[in-house]
Design a protein around this ligand. Structure first.
Ligand code: PXP
Length: 246
């Protein structure tokens, strides 16, 4: 299974001060060096974390594929056609939400998406739709011309974190069934949301061979902050000791 690393929350930290660090580009290059197969980033309408310039720089300087998560708006389509990420993933977006809360309702947007995706497909950008693991959403994804679906693992993650073993088993079955349906329709299958060191193992064991790729963001950024914390403090103390000049 491949790993797409979502670097949105590196930008969240930077935007807390609206300064230059930490750099999402630098994080992307480190992810690439560590073996990530893809960089995923969400350019939100309110620009709360990733900025347009981050996307441009990352697309230009990172060698692994770039997956742009975006809402299906005209503004985002224009940006995608200009920057040409390797893939776009359409997600629903609400200003008040903390993170993407549910899958895209492809069933209700079928007519609109069929038209919306034409220009994007015409230039060869891969199209993935972030959906709940439900048959009607997957069938509708095929109808609108998507190349792939990304299955929402948020419910799986919540059930795992709450130790709801019985429901968890059912959710894994739902994800597996959705993957089979998607594959039979000729769609590629990805998954993501809420995955952590703790809950990823069970998911991988069950969905290996069904899901090609996971997209993980918050947990990787959280671990990066903690694993790097001791070193960052030590190095700051060193610089204070010596009064190092840059
Ligand atoms: N996949 C999609 C479509 C997402 O919107 C997100 C969150 O931005 C993720 C994966 C990653 O989720 P998390 O940050 O919880 O790992």
């Amino acid at each position: 299974m491949r790993l797409g690393v979502n670097i949105d929350h590196v930008a969240t930290l930077r935007q807390a001060r609206k300064t230059f660090e930490p750099s999402p580009l630098f994080a992307s290059l480190l992810a690439q060096q560590a073996g990530a197969h893809q960089i995923t980033l969400h350019l939100r309408e309110d620009r709360r974390h990733i900025q347009d310039e981050d996307l441009r720089l990352i697309k230009k300087l990172v060698k692994i594929p770039v997956n742009l998560e975006m809402a299906p708006t005209e503004e985002m389509k224009k940006i995608a056609l200009e920057v040409r990420p390797n893939r776009i993933t359409l997600v629903p977006e609400r200003r008040e939400e903390i993170t993407t809360e549910g899958g895209l309702n492809v069933v209700s947007l079928e007519g609109f998406l069929k038209e919306y995706l034409k220009d994007i497909k015409a230039v060869g950008i891969e199209v993935s739709l972030f959906v709940e693991p439900e048959e009607d959403q997957i069938v509708a994804s095929k109808h609108v011309g998507a190349d792939a679906v990304e299955l929402h693992t948020g419910r799986y993650a919540n059930l795992w974190n709450e130790h709801q073993r019985k429901e968890l088993k059912k959710e894994l079955e739902r994800l597996k069934k959705a993957s089979i349906i998607a594959k039979e329709l000729g769609l590629r299958v990805y998954a993501g949301h809420g995955l952590t060191y703790q809950n990823v193992g069970d998911l991988v064991r069950e969905l290996k061979g069904y899901v090609e790729e996971l997209n993980v963001g918050h947990s990787i950024v959280s671990n990066a902050v903690l694993f790097g914390f001791e070193r960052a403090v030590r190095e700051f103390i060193e610089r204070m000791k010596d009064g190092l000049k840059y």
